[in-house]
Design a protein around this ligand. Structure first.
Ligand code: PMP
Length: 417
Protein backbone atom coordinates (compact mmCIF):
# COMPACT_ATOMS: atom_id res chain seq x y z
CA UNK A 1 0.00 0.00 0.00
CA UNK A 2 1.18 3.46 -0.88
CA UNK A 3 2.21 5.23 2.35
CA UNK A 4 2.26 8.71 0.82
CA UNK A 5 -0.50 11.28 1.26
CA UNK A 6 -3.80 10.16 -0.25
CA UNK A 7 -4.61 11.71 -3.63
CA UNK A 8 -7.90 13.51 -4.30
CA UNK A 9 -10.28 11.35 -6.28
CA UNK A 10 -11.62 12.51 -9.61
CA UNK A 11 -15.15 11.65 -8.51
CA UNK A 12 -16.84 12.67 -11.76
CA UNK A 13 -14.50 10.36 -13.71
CA UNK A 14 -15.21 7.58 -11.24
CA UNK A 15 -18.97 8.15 -11.53
CA UNK A 16 -18.70 7.74 -15.29
CA UNK A 17 -17.54 4.18 -14.65
CA UNK A 18 -20.81 3.42 -12.83
CA UNK A 19 -23.66 3.90 -15.32
CA UNK A 20 -26.23 2.88 -12.68
CA UNK A 21 -25.60 6.14 -10.84
CA UNK A 22 -26.67 8.33 -13.76
CA UNK A 23 -30.40 7.82 -13.35
CA UNK A 24 -33.43 9.50 -11.94
CA UNK A 25 -35.74 7.49 -9.74
CA UNK A 26 -39.54 7.67 -9.42
CA UNK A 27 -39.47 9.45 -12.75
CA UNK A 28 -43.11 8.96 -13.81
CA UNK A 29 -44.19 12.20 -15.42
CA UNK A 30 -40.69 13.58 -15.44
CA UNK A 31 -40.89 14.39 -11.74
CA UNK A 32 -38.03 12.12 -10.80
CA UNK A 33 -35.03 12.92 -8.69
CA UNK A 34 -31.40 12.21 -9.45
CA UNK A 35 -30.33 9.08 -7.60
CA UNK A 36 -28.13 9.63 -4.55
CA UNK A 37 -27.01 6.11 -3.71
CA UNK A 38 -26.03 6.10 -0.04
CA UNK A 39 -26.61 2.43 0.74
CA UNK A 40 -23.09 1.23 0.09
CA UNK A 41 -22.72 -0.72 3.32
CA UNK A 42 -25.49 -3.00 2.04
CA UNK A 43 -23.87 -3.39 -1.36
CA UNK A 44 -21.77 -1.18 -3.60
CA UNK A 45 -22.47 -0.49 -7.24
CA UNK A 46 -20.23 -2.17 -9.84
CA UNK A 47 -17.93 -0.40 -12.28
CA UNK A 48 -18.01 -1.22 -15.98
CA UNK A 49 -14.70 -3.06 -15.65
CA UNK A 50 -16.38 -5.63 -13.39
CA UNK A 51 -19.57 -5.92 -15.43
CA UNK A 52 -17.51 -6.30 -18.63
CA UNK A 53 -15.26 -8.95 -17.09
CA UNK A 54 -18.25 -11.08 -16.11
CA UNK A 55 -19.87 -10.56 -19.50
CA UNK A 56 -16.66 -11.32 -21.39
CA UNK A 57 -16.17 -14.52 -19.43
CA UNK A 58 -19.61 -15.80 -20.40
CA UNK A 59 -19.27 -14.63 -24.01
CA UNK A 60 -15.76 -15.97 -24.61
CA UNK A 61 -14.33 -18.32 -21.99
CA UNK A 62 -17.20 -20.03 -20.21
CA UNK A 63 -16.28 -23.56 -19.13
CA UNK A 64 -15.92 -25.43 -15.87
CA UNK A 65 -12.64 -25.10 -14.03
CA UNK A 66 -9.87 -27.51 -13.02
CA UNK A 67 -10.94 -30.72 -14.71
CA UNK A 68 -11.16 -29.63 -18.32
CA UNK A 69 -8.59 -30.43 -20.97
CA UNK A 70 -9.82 -28.01 -23.62
CA UNK A 71 -8.95 -24.43 -24.40
CA UNK A 72 -11.96 -22.81 -22.78
CA UNK A 73 -11.57 -24.76 -19.57
CA UNK A 74 -7.91 -23.84 -19.42
CA UNK A 75 -8.78 -20.18 -19.88
CA UNK A 76 -11.54 -20.36 -17.28
CA UNK A 77 -9.19 -22.05 -14.82
CA UNK A 78 -6.43 -19.52 -15.43
CA UNK A 79 -8.85 -16.62 -14.90
CA UNK A 80 -10.36 -18.20 -11.76
CA UNK A 81 -6.97 -18.96 -10.23
CA UNK A 82 -5.75 -15.54 -11.35
CA UNK A 83 -8.56 -14.02 -9.29
CA UNK A 84 -7.42 -16.02 -6.28
CA UNK A 85 -3.95 -14.57 -6.69
CA UNK A 86 -5.45 -11.05 -6.84
CA UNK A 87 -7.24 -11.64 -3.53
CA UNK A 88 -3.98 -12.91 -2.02
CA UNK A 89 -2.10 -9.82 -3.12
CA UNK A 90 -4.89 -7.44 -2.07
CA UNK A 91 -4.87 -8.61 1.56
CA UNK A 92 -1.17 -9.40 1.75
CA UNK A 93 -1.51 -13.15 2.34
CA UNK A 94 1.56 -15.29 1.92
CA UNK A 95 0.10 -17.92 -0.36
CA UNK A 96 -2.88 -18.23 -2.71
CA UNK A 97 -3.56 -21.57 -1.02
CA UNK A 98 -4.75 -19.56 1.95
CA UNK A 99 -7.57 -18.01 -0.08
CA UNK A 100 -10.82 -19.96 -0.24
CA UNK A 101 -13.60 -18.72 -2.48
CA UNK A 102 -16.96 -18.71 -0.72
CA UNK A 103 -20.33 -17.04 -1.28
CA UNK A 104 -19.42 -14.18 1.01
CA UNK A 105 -18.64 -13.26 4.59
CA UNK A 106 -21.58 -15.24 5.94
CA UNK A 107 -20.40 -18.43 4.30
CA UNK A 108 -16.79 -17.78 5.30
CA UNK A 109 -17.75 -17.54 8.98
CA UNK A 110 -19.99 -20.59 8.74
CA UNK A 111 -17.11 -22.50 7.16
CA UNK A 112 -14.83 -21.69 10.09
CA UNK A 113 -17.54 -22.48 12.65
CA UNK A 114 -18.32 -25.82 10.99
CA UNK A 115 -14.85 -27.01 10.00
CA UNK A 116 -12.52 -25.50 12.57
CA UNK A 117 -15.10 -25.10 15.32
CA UNK A 118 -16.45 -28.66 15.34
CA UNK A 119 -12.91 -30.03 15.40
CA UNK A 120 -11.48 -27.69 18.03
CA UNK A 121 -14.15 -26.30 20.32
CA UNK A 122 -15.26 -28.47 23.24
CA UNK A 123 -17.68 -28.27 26.12
CA UNK A 124 -16.76 -25.40 28.42
CA UNK A 125 -14.63 -23.63 25.81
CA UNK A 126 -15.42 -20.02 25.06
CA UNK A 127 -15.86 -17.96 21.92
CA UNK A 128 -15.50 -14.24 22.48
CA UNK A 129 -17.32 -11.81 20.22
CA UNK A 130 -18.24 -8.14 20.71
CA UNK A 131 -21.49 -6.28 21.21
CA UNK A 132 -21.07 -4.78 17.74
CA UNK A 133 -21.36 -7.90 15.63
CA UNK A 134 -23.51 -8.53 12.59
CA UNK A 135 -25.81 -11.54 12.91
CA UNK A 136 -23.51 -13.50 10.63
CA UNK A 137 -20.78 -13.22 13.27
CA UNK A 138 -23.15 -14.22 16.07
CA UNK A 139 -25.45 -16.96 14.84
CA UNK A 140 -22.82 -19.42 13.51
CA UNK A 141 -21.14 -19.28 16.95
CA UNK A 142 -24.45 -19.85 18.72
CA UNK A 143 -24.99 -22.89 16.50
CA UNK A 144 -21.52 -24.16 17.38
CA UNK A 145 -22.10 -23.39 21.06
CA UNK A 146 -25.32 -25.39 21.07
CA UNK A 147 -23.75 -28.29 19.19
CA UNK A 148 -20.69 -28.73 21.41
CA UNK A 149 -21.71 -27.15 24.72
CA UNK A 150 -19.37 -24.18 24.45
CA UNK A 151 -20.04 -20.69 25.77
CA UNK A 152 -20.53 -17.50 23.79
CA UNK A 153 -19.04 -14.51 25.60
CA UNK A 154 -19.79 -10.95 24.49
CA UNK A 155 -17.47 -8.01 25.11
CA UNK A 156 -19.70 -5.00 25.83
CA UNK A 157 -19.69 -1.68 24.00
CA UNK A 158 -19.95 1.83 25.40
CA UNK A 159 -22.44 4.59 24.51
CA UNK A 160 -20.15 5.86 21.76
CA UNK A 161 -20.36 2.46 20.13
CA UNK A 162 -16.81 1.36 20.90
CA UNK A 163 -15.80 -1.99 22.33
CA UNK A 164 -14.91 -1.66 26.01
CA UNK A 165 -11.31 -2.83 25.72
CA UNK A 166 -10.84 -3.31 29.46
CA UNK A 167 -13.80 -5.67 29.53
CA UNK A 168 -12.56 -7.36 26.37
CA UNK A 169 -9.22 -8.05 28.03
CA UNK A 170 -10.87 -9.22 31.23
CA UNK A 171 -13.10 -11.65 29.34
CA UNK A 172 -10.16 -13.35 27.65
CA UNK A 173 -8.90 -16.45 29.43
CA UNK A 174 -7.29 -19.78 28.67
CA UNK A 175 -10.85 -21.04 28.05
CA UNK A 176 -11.15 -18.68 25.06
CA UNK A 177 -10.62 -20.68 21.90
CA UNK A 178 -11.59 -18.07 19.37
CA UNK A 179 -12.11 -14.33 19.21
CA UNK A 180 -14.46 -13.30 16.38
CA UNK A 181 -14.63 -9.55 15.72
CA UNK A 182 -15.76 -7.18 13.03
CA UNK A 183 -13.11 -4.90 11.59
CA UNK A 184 -15.67 -2.18 10.80
CA UNK A 185 -19.18 -2.20 12.24
CA UNK A 186 -21.92 -2.03 9.61
CA UNK A 187 -24.47 -0.64 12.07
CA UNK A 188 -22.37 2.18 13.56
CA UNK A 189 -19.24 2.63 11.45
CA UNK A 190 -16.93 1.91 14.39
CA UNK A 191 -13.44 0.77 13.44
CA UNK A 192 -12.32 -1.84 15.95
CA UNK A 193 -8.69 -1.96 17.10
CA UNK A 194 -8.39 -5.41 15.57
CA UNK A 195 -4.61 -5.58 15.59
CA UNK A 196 -4.57 -5.16 19.37
CA UNK A 197 -7.55 -7.49 19.83
CA UNK A 198 -5.84 -10.20 17.79
CA UNK A 199 -2.62 -9.85 19.75
CA UNK A 200 -4.55 -10.09 23.04
CA UNK A 201 -6.33 -13.20 21.73
CA UNK A 202 -3.03 -14.78 20.85
CA UNK A 203 -1.66 -14.06 24.33
CA UNK A 204 -4.23 -16.46 25.81
CA UNK A 205 -3.71 -19.01 23.04
CA UNK A 206 -6.93 -18.22 21.17
CA UNK A 207 -7.29 -17.81 17.42
CA UNK A 208 -8.76 -14.66 15.92
CA UNK A 209 -11.27 -14.33 13.10
CA UNK A 210 -11.96 -10.93 11.60
CA UNK A 211 -15.25 -10.17 9.85
CA UNK A 212 -13.95 -7.84 7.15
CA UNK A 213 -17.23 -7.48 5.24
CA UNK A 214 -17.34 -3.72 5.74
CA UNK A 215 -13.65 -3.04 6.08
CA UNK A 216 -12.11 -4.55 2.99
CA UNK A 217 -13.12 -1.73 0.61
CA UNK A 218 -12.60 1.09 3.12
CA UNK A 219 -9.51 0.28 5.18
CA UNK A 220 -6.08 -0.97 4.34
CA UNK A 221 -6.13 -4.71 5.09
CA UNK A 222 -2.91 -6.62 5.57
CA UNK A 223 -3.64 -10.00 7.11
CA UNK A 224 -0.01 -10.65 7.95
CA UNK A 225 0.47 -7.34 9.70
CA UNK A 226 -2.78 -7.92 11.60
CA UNK A 227 -1.67 -11.50 12.28
CA UNK A 228 -5.32 -12.57 11.72
CA UNK A 229 -5.89 -16.31 11.69
CA UNK A 230 -9.02 -15.92 9.55
CA UNK A 231 -10.29 -12.92 7.58
CA UNK A 232 -13.69 -12.94 5.85
CA UNK A 233 -14.92 -10.67 3.07
CA UNK A 234 -17.71 -10.21 0.50
CA UNK A 235 -16.98 -9.06 -3.06
CA UNK A 236 -20.32 -7.28 -3.40
CA UNK A 237 -19.33 -4.71 -0.78
CA UNK A 238 -16.08 -4.14 -2.67
CA UNK A 239 -17.47 -3.11 -6.10
CA UNK A 240 -17.60 -6.78 -7.13
CA UNK A 241 -20.40 -9.25 -7.88
CA UNK A 242 -22.82 -10.76 -5.36
CA UNK A 243 -22.52 -14.42 -4.45
CA UNK A 244 -18.75 -14.45 -4.13
CA UNK A 245 -16.29 -13.64 -1.39
CA UNK A 246 -13.21 -15.04 0.21
CA UNK A 247 -12.02 -16.57 3.41
CA UNK A 248 -8.38 -16.12 4.27
CA UNK A 249 -6.97 -18.64 6.71
CA UNK A 250 -3.41 -19.21 7.83
CA UNK A 251 -2.11 -22.19 5.95
CA UNK A 252 -0.99 -24.13 9.02
CA UNK A 253 -4.49 -23.80 10.49
CA UNK A 254 -6.40 -24.58 7.28
CA UNK A 255 -4.24 -27.66 6.82
CA UNK A 256 -5.42 -29.13 10.12
CA UNK A 257 -9.09 -28.46 9.41
CA UNK A 258 -11.43 -31.16 8.12
CA UNK A 259 -13.57 -30.27 5.09
CA UNK A 260 -17.02 -28.88 5.72
CA UNK A 261 -18.83 -29.75 2.48
CA UNK A 262 -18.23 -32.90 0.47
CA UNK A 263 -18.45 -33.30 -3.29
CA UNK A 264 -16.56 -32.73 -6.49
CA UNK A 265 -13.28 -30.83 -6.61
CA UNK A 266 -12.55 -31.23 -2.89
CA UNK A 267 -11.23 -34.78 -3.23
CA UNK A 268 -8.10 -36.41 -4.60
CA UNK A 269 -9.48 -39.94 -4.59
CA UNK A 270 -12.86 -41.54 -3.85
CA UNK A 271 -13.89 -45.16 -3.41
CA UNK A 272 -17.06 -46.34 -1.68
CA UNK A 273 -14.95 -47.14 1.38
CA UNK A 274 -12.78 -44.12 1.59
CA UNK A 275 -12.12 -40.60 0.32
CA UNK A 276 -8.86 -38.72 0.31
CA UNK A 277 -9.25 -34.99 0.38
CA UNK A 278 -7.70 -32.56 -2.02
CA UNK A 279 -5.01 -30.08 -1.04
CA UNK A 280 -5.63 -26.45 -0.10
CA UNK A 281 -7.59 -24.48 -1.07
CA UNK A 282 -9.70 -26.94 -3.09
CA UNK A 283 -10.46 -29.04 -0.02
CA UNK A 284 -12.84 -26.27 1.02
CA UNK A 285 -14.37 -25.61 -2.40
CA UNK A 286 -16.72 -28.51 -3.06
CA UNK A 287 -18.69 -28.32 -6.30
CA UNK A 288 -18.57 -25.95 -9.23
CA UNK A 289 -17.68 -22.54 -7.86
CA UNK A 290 -18.99 -19.12 -8.88
CA UNK A 291 -16.37 -18.83 -11.61
CA UNK A 292 -17.66 -15.65 -13.24
CA UNK A 293 -18.13 -14.11 -9.81
CA UNK A 294 -14.56 -14.83 -8.78
CA UNK A 295 -13.30 -13.32 -12.02
CA UNK A 296 -15.46 -10.24 -11.45
CA UNK A 297 -14.14 -10.06 -7.89
CA UNK A 298 -10.58 -10.05 -9.26
CA UNK A 299 -11.45 -7.15 -11.55
CA UNK A 300 -13.07 -5.28 -8.64
CA UNK A 301 -9.79 -5.63 -6.76
CA UNK A 302 -7.90 -4.33 -9.81
CA UNK A 303 -10.27 -1.37 -9.80
CA UNK A 304 -9.76 -0.77 -6.06
CA UNK A 305 -5.98 -0.94 -6.48
CA UNK A 306 -6.11 1.45 -9.40
CA UNK A 307 -8.18 4.04 -7.55
CA UNK A 308 -6.40 3.28 -4.27
CA UNK A 309 -8.07 2.20 -1.03
CA UNK A 310 -6.24 4.95 0.88
CA UNK A 311 -7.53 7.59 -1.55
CA UNK A 312 -11.05 6.20 -1.31
CA UNK A 313 -10.83 6.13 2.49
CA UNK A 314 -9.72 9.77 2.62
CA UNK A 315 -12.57 10.79 0.31
CA UNK A 316 -15.14 8.86 2.37
CA UNK A 317 -13.80 10.35 5.59
CA UNK A 318 -14.31 13.86 4.19
CA UNK A 319 -17.88 12.95 3.27
CA UNK A 320 -18.50 11.36 6.67
CA UNK A 321 -17.07 14.39 8.49
CA UNK A 322 -19.25 16.74 6.45
CA UNK A 323 -22.35 14.58 6.97
CA UNK A 324 -21.61 14.30 10.70
CA UNK A 325 -21.23 18.07 10.99
CA UNK A 326 -24.58 18.59 9.25
CA UNK A 327 -26.20 15.86 11.33
CA UNK A 328 -25.06 17.48 14.58
CA UNK A 329 -26.70 20.74 13.52
CA UNK A 330 -29.95 19.10 12.42
CA UNK A 331 -32.80 19.55 14.93
CA UNK A 332 -34.15 16.30 16.37
CA UNK A 333 -31.46 14.13 14.80
CA UNK A 334 -29.47 11.75 17.00
CA UNK A 335 -26.35 10.12 15.68
CA UNK A 336 -26.13 6.49 16.80
CA UNK A 337 -22.47 5.58 17.09
CA UNK A 338 -19.90 8.28 17.73
CA UNK A 339 -16.73 6.24 18.06
CA UNK A 340 -13.42 8.08 17.93
CA UNK A 341 -12.44 5.90 14.98
CA UNK A 342 -15.16 5.62 12.38
CA UNK A 343 -15.40 5.05 8.64
CA UNK A 344 -17.94 5.61 5.88
CA UNK A 345 -21.15 5.03 7.89
CA UNK A 346 -23.58 7.46 9.53
CA UNK A 347 -26.37 5.85 11.54
CA UNK A 348 -29.05 8.07 13.04
CA UNK A 349 -32.61 8.52 14.21
CA UNK A 350 -34.91 11.49 13.70
CA UNK A 351 -37.26 12.44 16.48
CA UNK A 352 -40.89 11.62 15.71
CA UNK A 353 -40.19 9.73 12.46
CA UNK A 354 -39.76 5.97 12.36
CA UNK A 355 -36.59 5.06 10.41
CA UNK A 356 -38.65 3.01 7.95
CA UNK A 357 -40.86 6.02 7.17
CA UNK A 358 -37.73 8.08 6.84
CA UNK A 359 -36.32 5.58 4.36
CA UNK A 360 -39.49 5.80 2.27
CA UNK A 361 -39.62 9.60 2.30
CA UNK A 362 -35.95 9.87 1.39
CA UNK A 363 -36.43 7.39 -1.41
CA UNK A 364 -39.10 9.63 -2.95
CA UNK A 365 -36.45 12.35 -2.99
CA UNK A 366 -34.03 10.04 -4.80
CA UNK A 367 -31.92 9.38 -1.72
CA UNK A 368 -31.26 5.68 -1.16
CA UNK A 369 -30.38 4.85 2.42
CA UNK A 370 -31.02 1.83 4.60
CA UNK A 371 -33.48 1.76 7.46
CA UNK A 372 -33.69 -1.14 9.85
CA UNK A 373 -31.71 -3.12 12.37
CA UNK A 374 -28.87 -3.71 9.87
CA UNK A 375 -28.66 -7.39 10.92
CA UNK A 376 -27.30 -6.17 14.23
CA UNK A 377 -30.33 -6.41 16.54
CA UNK A 378 -28.21 -6.53 19.72
CA UNK A 379 -26.71 -3.15 18.76
CA UNK A 380 -30.22 -1.69 18.37
CA UNK A 381 -31.21 -3.17 21.76
CA UNK A 382 -28.15 -1.60 23.36
CA UNK A 383 -29.06 1.85 22.08
CA UNK A 384 -32.75 1.30 22.87
CA UNK A 385 -33.96 1.92 19.32
CA UNK A 386 -35.93 -0.44 17.07
CA UNK A 387 -33.96 0.62 14.03
CA UNK A 388 -31.80 3.38 12.62
CA UNK A 389 -31.49 5.15 9.31
CA UNK A 390 -28.06 4.61 7.81
CA UNK A 391 -26.24 6.53 5.11
CA UNK A 392 -23.05 4.87 3.93
CA UNK A 393 -20.50 6.26 1.51
CA UNK A 394 -18.35 4.95 -1.32
CA UNK A 395 -15.77 6.27 -3.77
CA UNK A 396 -18.38 7.74 -6.13
CA UNK A 397 -20.38 9.73 -3.59
CA UNK A 398 -20.31 13.52 -3.53
CA UNK A 399 -20.84 16.40 -1.14
CA UNK A 400 -23.92 17.29 -3.19
CA UNK A 401 -25.38 13.89 -2.36
CA UNK A 402 -24.86 14.59 1.33
CA UNK A 403 -26.71 17.88 0.77
CA UNK A 404 -29.50 15.94 -1.00
CA UNK A 405 -29.72 13.68 2.06
CA UNK A 406 -30.19 16.64 4.41
CA UNK A 407 -32.62 18.41 2.07
CA UNK A 408 -34.69 15.21 2.06
CA UNK A 409 -34.45 14.96 5.86
CA UNK A 410 -35.74 18.53 6.05
CA UNK A 411 -38.80 17.46 4.04
CA UNK A 412 -39.35 14.49 6.33
CA UNK A 413 -39.21 16.76 9.35
CA UNK A 414 -41.73 19.15 7.82
CA UNK A 415 -44.06 16.26 6.97
CA UNK A 416 -44.02 14.94 10.51
CA UNK A 417 -43.91 18.29 12.29
N1 PMP B 1 -20.58 -8.73 8.54
C1 PMP B 1 -20.81 -7.43 8.36
C2 PMP B 1 -20.14 -6.44 9.26
C3 PMP B 1 -21.66 -7.02 7.33
O1 PMP B 1 -21.90 -5.73 7.15
C4 PMP B 1 -22.26 -7.99 6.49
C5 PMP B 1 -23.21 -7.60 5.38
N2 PMP B 1 -24.17 -6.65 5.75
C6 PMP B 1 -21.96 -9.33 6.71
C7 PMP B 1 -21.11 -9.66 7.73
C8 PMP B 1 -22.52 -10.41 5.87
O2 PMP B 1 -22.06 -10.30 4.56
P1 PMP B 1 -22.74 -11.13 3.38
O3 PMP B 1 -24.21 -10.87 3.47
O4 PMP B 1 -22.12 -10.55 2.16
O5 PMP B 1 -22.39 -12.55 3.59
Amino acid sequence: MNESRPAMLDVQAIRAEFPVLAQRVHDAGGQGRPLAYLDNAATTQKPLAVVDAVRDFYLRDNANVHRGVHALSERATAAYEGAREKVRAFIGAESAREIIFVRGTTEAINLVAAAWGRANVREGDEILITGLEHHSNIVPWQMLRDAVGAKLVVAPINRRGEVDMEAFERLLSPRTKLVAISHLSNALGTINPVERMISLAHEVGALALVDGAQAAAHLDVDVRRLDADFYAMSAHKMYGPTGIGALYGKREILETMPPWQGGGDMISMVTFDETRYNELPYRFEAGTPHIAGAIGFGHALDWLERVGVANIAAHETRLLDYATERARAFPGLTIIGEAAHKASILSFTLEGVHPHDLGTILDREGVAIRAGHHCAMPVMDFFGVPATARASFAAYNTREEVDALFAALEKARELFA
